[in-house]
Design a protein around this ligand. Structure first.
Ligand SMILES: [Mg+2]
Length: 236
């Protein structure tokens, strides 16, 4: 089966968002919710937030946290949501040794980046990483668009043609890009790491075709695809 294109997620797939940004983003969300009127000490908010993230990983954490303390005010929930998805940061790196791999893959097939979040924050990440030129196209999917990635994946397939399974989707979220790629018949690779590593498949639609521990493991998988090998070998 030829590999026609690779579609990557950004956070916790190409960059260590969980290690580099997530804790700070959760803390900034706690501060923002406190400032918006959630009258619980930010340290306690942070502790409770972390506990809720583990015990109820599929729920929206800002609403969950506010409700936990008896607050239902949308302003408080929105303050946490906005701060979490738009944290202030000034440094960012790809996972070690990821850049040469992306360069190598980009020589063989078109790469796409499909990232959801606040566009401004996601654009800032891409800019800080300096990876724009590696991708055929970068899509910023608004966090409010629930089916956003699926729609973009379908658009990419329409542009490329061929069998959907020839397009590989690589990401860390079972409930986001993996389920979206599966729904369209694409080949899905779950990078089981970071904040969502404990969210396991609960249905056939959530079951990835391949599961790896980190982005580097993708190279071995691609090399085992006969047509990928053929395509890559004709390159200078
Ligand atoms: Mg991700």
């Amino acid at each position: 089966m030829p590999v026609r294109a690779l579609i990557f997620d950004l956070d916790d797939t190409l960059i260590d968002t969980h290690g580099q940004l997530v804790r700070e983003a959760h803390w900034q969300a706690c501060l923002a919710m406190h400032a918006a009127g959630l009258s619980v000490h930010p340290d306690e908010l942070m502790q409770t937030r972390q506990h809720l993230l583990v015990t109820q990983p599929r729920e929206e954490i800002n609403a969950l946290l506010a409700n936990h303390f008896g607050f239902t005010c949308q302003t408080i929930i929105k303050a946490g949501f906005d701060a979490y998805f738009n944290p202030v940061f000034s440094e960012l790196d790809l996972f070690p040794e990821t850049l040469p791999l992306l360069q190598k893959w980009a020589e063989a097939v078109p790469l796409y980046l499909v990232t959801s979040g606040y566009e401004q924050a996601q654009r800032r990440k891409v800019e800080l990483l300096g990876i724009e030129a590696l991708f055929q196209q970068i899509f910023y999917v608004d966090i409010a668009r629930l089916q956003g990635k699926r729609e973009v994946f379908a658009e990419i397939h329409q542009t490329l043609g061929g069998e959907p399974r020839e397009i590989w989707v690589i990401g860390d979220r079972i409930t986001n890009e993996i389920v979206a790629g599966n729904a369209l018949g694409m080949t899905t690779v779950w990078i089981c790491q970071g904040e969502c590593a404990h969210i396991l498949p609960q249905s056939e639609q959530e079951q990835p075709h391949f599961t790896v521990k980190q982005i580097h493991d993708l190279d071995g998988l691609l090399q085992s695809q006969p047509v990928w090998k053929k395509r890559a070998s004709v390159l200078p």
